[in-house]
Design a protein around this ligand. Structure first.
Ligand SMILES: [Zn+2]
Length: 215
């Protein structure tokens, strides 16, 4: 039996996220949503986070601007501007636990993802840091990504897949992909494979060398 955890990054988007939520509901699947602070300054953005929460999804912090990866961001207040400013918008809607997903490099893991200050902030505030082990490239190939996604699912026991609830990404192929994944016997969960969680509730859970600038 293979497990699949779906995660949707870079939203919420007023046109795409409601349709993603509808499709997930029609399949009775819950997932993870890693949202951007810049999309939560509107009432619509906040309503979409509340809807995802109420429908049983996990909601986490994916930075405010999604502009410069934290490991490459030289601003002295980068952690406050990206992680804390987003948390100020997420926490009133989804209090705990705190989830954070770094970004950068088109999904490649590397020292661009985190800075030492970011790691310290995540530890101090009891975050769980959520990485991934599948990036089928929905934003690069909105029609073709399901083939890559199914190949990833077949290759590992527990796939944590990065998709995007933004325009011109996963939406068009999502329903068909879910039917095919179910037909192959995939089981869905919102839990993450342990190897994708380098920090758990503020504790370093595995070697983070290679994920932090300067390491
Ligand atoms: Zn992202």
């Amino acid at each position: 039996m293979s497990l699949l955890t779906l995660s949707f990054d870079n939203g919420p988007d007023p046109h795409v996220t409601p349709r993603v939520l509808d499709i997930l509901a029609s399949h009775r699947i819950t997932a993870q949503f890693f949202v951007l602070g810049k999309h939560l300054v509107t009432d619509e953005g906040k309503r979409l986070v509340a809807r995802a929460r109420d429908e049983g999804h996990v909601v986490g912090n994916h930075s405010f601007t999604h502009a410069i990866p934290l490991g490459e961001d030289t601003r002295p207040d980068a952690v406050e501007a990206e992680i804390a400013a987003t948390d100020a918008l997420v926490a009133p809607l989804v209090p705990t636990p705190k989830w954070f997903r770094p970004f950068g490099g088109g999904g490649k893991l590397g020292p661009h993802l985190l800075s030492p200050r970011a790691v310290e902030h995540l530890r101090q505030h009891q975050y769980t840091c959520v990485l991934w082990n599948s990036v089928p490239g929905d934003w690069l190939d909105p029609k073709g990504w399901p083939e890559k996604a199914l190949a990833d699912c077949a290759a590992q026991a527990h796939t944590l897949m990065v998709l995007h609830d933004i325009p011109d990404a996963c939406l068009e192929g999502l329903d068909g992909f879910l039917h095919r994944a179910k037909a192959l016997g995939m089981r869905f969960t919102t839990r993450s494979p342990p190897e994708c969680l380098p920090i758990v509730d503020g504790h370093i859970a595995r070697d983070i060398t290679g994920l932090v600038a300067g390491t």
